[in-house]
Each structure stands twice: as structure tokens, then as C-alpha cells.
Ligand binder design. Sequence first.
Ligand SMILES: [Zn+2]
Length: 226
Amino acid sequence: MTRQFTQNGLTVPYIAAWSSEKTVSPLVERREAKGGPCLAYRDESPYDRDMWGALWIRQAIGRGKGRANFAAVHALRQRQAMIRLLCQVCGTDILAQSPERQLFVLKDTGQPVTEGETTTAPPLCLPCALVSVRDCPHLRTGHVAAWVGRPQVWGVAGVVYDPTTLRPVSPPANRPTAEIAYDDPAIRWTLAARHVNVLHDVTPVQLSDLVAEAGQPAPGRTADHP
Ligand SMILES: [Zn+2]
């Protein structure tokens, strides 16, 4: 069971970053590797790459130390939650709980969750989904939800470096990072900050309908803060 932390009466999500979890920026270099040149850290260790070979940002691990930043995401916990399908709030193994399909809740961008959509948001268990749409800074302005039968590994979100100058290339307009698939050659020059899944076998749902099916009362502020 993953330990839960609260701050100001709110549950701190498993993937939220804490003030002690600083990121560092090691020096990068161009390295001749199997399959061609790639971006690398000068003092790279085996922990700096994921199992598909992508280079990741370095971020300290100190969950529960300092203050939680609800709007910030810890890179390693986000990656674990995406790959193993853990609830992003309580860390529960959702794949074990619900092997057929998992619940994804995304920020409302004016359309339902669509087949083949990519996302950096890990799944949620239903109780955490209900709390998140009320309290999460990313979701409380509006959300869409779906059952997803096949969430699959797709790539990363991060910053692409120029192979010649080794300087970051500007991300696409209005986006802090670029999404790069693992089969895209640009993955070799990408410094990853988030794991990206692609959602297949998507069935949009209303959380209120799931609550009715499950026979659970919707969480209210009065219940949490008597
Ligand atoms: Zn949960």
C-alpha cells in the first residue's frame, strides 16, 4: 500500500512533486551509440534512460519531504504510474483491480476522450477520480472521462535538442514540451520529462453515471471537512 500524505486537508497525489524534489541539468554531449549518434549526459548512469532508451531529466526523490506542489509532477512517479497503470493519486495498482479497462480523466478541451488520443495523465481509481475533478488544479475547470481498454506505451513528452548545436529546439507553439513517439528518430535527441500513452478501445463515460452504478455517494466538501 502506498503511503498517503495530506496537505491543507487535501490528499497529495502520488505523482505530485515535492519542494525537495529538485531537477538538475547535467551537461549533455553527442554520443556515438548503437544505431547512431544520440544526446547523452557526460556523466550518464544506467538510471538516466528508460527501457526504450530515452534519456530522462534528473529529479531528486523525496516524496513527503518539504511542501507538495499539487500542480507539479514528479517525472519518475509519473512514468511508473503510466507504465504500470497505477492510480495517479493513491498509487493503487489499477491494472490488478480492473484488468479489462481503466478509467482515464482528462482536462476538458472541448471534445470527449477520443480513440488514439495521446496523454501524459495516468489512470485513476473511481474514488480518486471523484476527488480529483473537485480539487485538482488541472481538472476542476472541466474534465472528460473514459474507460480505456488498451492504454499503450507511445513515447515521451520533453525537449528536443539540435543534434549539431546541442541546444534545445523551441517546442511547438503554445506547448511547454513536444510529444515524441519511441519510433520517431527525434527520440534520440529528446530529453524526456513525461511518459506518454496512447489510448485505444476508448468508451467515454460520465463520472456521475459511474457513481450511480457503483452505488457510491459522491464526495462532498461537507463529508471531507465536517
Ligand atoms: Zn486512487
